[in-house]
Design a protein around this ligand. Sequence first.
Ligand SMILES: NC(=O)c1ccc[n+]([C@@H]2O[C@H](COP(=O)([O-])OP(=O)(O)OC[C@H]3O[C@@H](n4cnc5c(N)ncnc54)[C@H](OP(=O)(O)O)[C@@H]3O)[C@@H](O)[C@H]2O)c1
Length: 304
Amino acid sequence: MSKNWNTNNIPFQNEKVFLITGANSGLGFGTTLELAKKGAEIIMAVRNLEKGREAVNKIKSEVPNAKLDLMQLDLGDLNSIKEFSEKFKSKYSKLHVLINNAGVMMPVSKQITKQGFELQFGTNHIGHFTLTKYLFPVLNQTLDARIVTLSSLVAKMDKADIYWNDLQWDKSYDKMASYAQSKLSNMMFGMELSKLLKENNSHVKSILAHPGYTATNLQKHMGVQGIVMNFLLAQKVKMGILPSLRAATDPNAKCGEYYGPEKMGNWRGYPVLNEINPDADKRDLTQKLWLKTEELSGVKFEWN
Ligand SMILES: NC(=O)c1ccc[n+]([C@@H]2O[C@H](COP(=O)([O-])OP(=O)(O)OC[C@H]3O[C@@H](n4cnc5c(N)ncnc54)[C@H](OP(=O)(O)O)[C@@H]3O)[C@@H](O)[C@H]2O)c1
């Protein structure tokens, strides 16, 4: 086996149930395809069922026996998340891996979710926080379960901060800073969750991942700059998915770890342990964000 962790390292996933948000596009699609090849049963949670059906057909053309279940989920609507979770729980009694993958990046002007949160913070962070809360009882009753949350290189950039004075970007909108806030929130959530799980004696692991820089539909709001950057700098989806896959399947991955590419300042390469933003390890900050997110989403985790 190669010294670089790759899809050959993924054990057969027969009998395991995965739920992947944003499974119709980019990294979510690539992750679904690889896991399908390994025999996993995958719930593809997608916002748009038509796009979802196209993705299912593509995967089935490569993996005819793929075990896929397409379900509609809008992470920008708390009611949709609740409805989705209730439907999921009526169908499934096990969930081995939840991959909090879906995301939106840098809309040119400020947009809001159904409940009025800034779109990126609302979808990427509040949406996944709420989904994880609803699905936690199923994960907690499944042997060897994990929650994988996707963060980003931008969670360590200078602008990455929680902008407490204007969390929803009402006073001014900075598309880069607001995306960075949402991805730092993903990281702080994953880290705080890893600690709470241990403190509450849950066997469930919270593991973080990021894909470096990978050409997907995420860059669609970046115009020409996105096209040029994708051409010159981005790695391909088959590389970008490796950190998520490692976090989701490596038997040696531990609660509280963060996987990302090894090379070029973690922009590219095979997945290894990466360093988090030190703020994501500061309990006062992660607890403050946790409490605020409970307040905004109206949901509270229960550990038993
Ligand atoms: N690509 C990179 O270089 C990069 C770098 C760092 C982190 N990431 C993270 O990787 C994750 C996946 O992104 P990607 O690069 O694969 O981008 P992508 O190709 O644009 O895929 C994003 C997925 O999220 C879905 N989504 C967006 N809003 C949603 C909502 N309200 N409810 C449900 N699903 C929603 C999209 O659905 P539609 O198809 O319907 O829009 C799509 O399936 C994101 O969390 C992103 O922040 C990516």
